[in-house]
Design a protein around this ligand. Structure first.
Ligand code: NDP
Ligand code: 8X3
Length: 254
């Protein structure tokens, strides 16, 4: 059963990877969309494709999720109430230890993965409460369940997403608003290129010898989570490729 038709969803970070794939999954279910990300051209491209493939409305807003004023402007200017907020925009920067890592990288991860996600939630949640309906879906990570060397701040940000998701559910306990999290392991997107600052060889090594998840695998889980009957709230789903068994246990074939 398709429960997403004619609803409105916001997907942050829809210019690439998991967010973009989720936009296509929702679009195929006739869910109208507001897509965000910094790269305006990419947003236009995705919106154009979606509108030619599906009979949906698509709006785009190019801004940096770290900019609280821009988040507020988006939410205040929305033409329709939001049924689903997918807080997906996020990134890892670097793999250095705590004694060496770049403080700017740390701040970028904290401001994007934690504060951006929290700001969007803070702005949308009251509107959902007013209507006593809505669904907030946060993209966490296996890094929100385990911590690994070289990932101190990234793991800390995703642990924060987990804590925030659980507390948000409790704060909205007396409502019909659903709050969920999706926690992927290794997914081949632009994630590793961003983490290694554009170094494609290093990025490719992350997925060498494994069959990594692809963005569409996670989009399917986000779509499934959103498409449950109104009383079903999936709190969290951990998704690995079969070649991964924990954040650091990765089986690499020849
Ligand atoms: P991508 O790099 O392919 O996509 C990241 C998206 O986030 C882009 O659309 C990017 O848009 C957006 N984004 C990043 N920074 C900002 C910002 N400051 N303002 C607005 N948008 C921003 O990676 P993924 O699709 O893999 O990542 C999506 C989410 O999934 C992230 O939260 C990530 O932590 C999480 N994740 C990824 C895993 C993986 O292995 N790939 C595993 C587990 C979780 P733009 O650059 O245009 O601003
Ligand atoms: C991103 C995947 O393996 O770096 O969340 O934790 S990993």
């Amino acid at each position: 059963k398709n429960r997403l038709a004619n609803k409105w969803g916001i997907i942050t970070g829809a210019t690439s990877g998991i967010g973009k794939a989720t936009a296509y999954a929702f679009g195929a279910s006739e869910c109208n969309l507001v897509l965000t990300g910094r790269r305006q051209e990419r947003l236009k491209e995705v919106a154009g494709e979606l509108q030619s493939d599906y009979a949906i409305e698509v709006e785009t807003a190019a801004f940096d999720i770290r900019d609280t004023g821009a988040c507020r402007e988006l939410v205040e200017g929305l033409s329709h109430p939001v049924d689903i907020l997918v807080n997906n925009a996020g990134l890892a920067k670097g793999v250095d230890g705590v004694d060496e890592a770049d403080l700017d990288d740390w701040n970028q991860m904290i401001d994007t993965n934690i504060k951006g996600l929290m700001t969007m939630t803070r702005l949308i949640a009251p509107k959902m409460r007013e209507r006593d309906r809505g669904h907030i879906i946060n993209v966490g990570s296996i890094a929100g369940h385990e911590s690994y060397t070289g990932g101190s701040i990234y793991c800390a940000t995703k642990h924060a997403v987990k804590a925030f998701t659980e507390a948000t559910k409790k704060d909205l306990h007396d409502t019909n608003i659903r709050v969920s999290m999706v926690s992927p392991g290794l997914v081949e997107t632009e994630f590793s290129e961003v983490r290694y600052d554009g170094d494609k060889d290093k990025a490719d090594q992350v997925y060498e010898g494994i069959r990594p998840l692809v963005a569409g695998d996670i989009a399917e889980v986000i779509h499934f989570t959103a498409n449950r009957p109104p009383h079903v709230n999936i709190m969290d789903t951990i998704i690995f490729t079969v070649d991964q068994s924990s954040a650091t246990m990765v089986h690499r074939g020849d």
